[in-house]
Ligand binder design. Structure first.
Ligand code: ZN
Ligand code: ZN
Length: 142
């Protein structure tokens, strides 16, 4: 546990895990807004971000965060401007487009496989690190 300032209201709170960035109160508020958006999307699957913002009162910035972290998917994503971090294609969720995600998975597998045949007991974390490294390199080249 570590004391941390809530990224929304600035209150000091005890972060149980390193991913926590909101105090309990703000976390609860966020969850409430998230549920509202989720609920709205259930009935309006093709709604754009602008429509969602209007209907739920939730800020674009926040919706963007949720889409980015893969918590929700939105059909009318153009207004958000989310792009694949690798090739720049417009995407609706997460950080990479399907093609890049598949390619990276294959790259990672190949890296793991190659290492495995050389040395069966190679530590997994090392291979993962290598795969991540090659992804970073490729991104810089783009
Ligand atoms: Zn807070
Ligand atoms: Zn891509």
């Amino acid at each position: 546990m570590a004391l941390r300032n809530c990224s929304n209201c600035g209150t000091l709170f005890n972060a149980i895990n390193p991913n926590m960035r909101l105090c309990a109160q703000c976390e609860e508020d966020e969850q409430e807004r998230f549920d509202r958006v989720k609920e709205y999307l259930k009935e309006h699957a093709t709604a754009t971000v602008i429509e969602i913002t209007k209907a739920t009162g939730v800020e674009r910035k926040e919706i963007f965060e949720w889409v980015r972290s893969g918590r929700i998917e939105i059909a009318g994503i153009e207004g958000l401007g989310i792009q694949c971090e690798s090739c720049g294609t417009a995407i609706t969720s997460g950080r990479f487009c399907v093609q890049c995600a598949v390619r990276m998975q294959q790259d990672a597998k190949r890296a793991l496989g190659g290492r495995k045949s050389q040395r069966e007991s190679a530590p997994r974390s090392k291979s993962t690190f290598h795969a991540a490294n090659s992804i970073m390199r490729r991104r810089r080249d783009d």
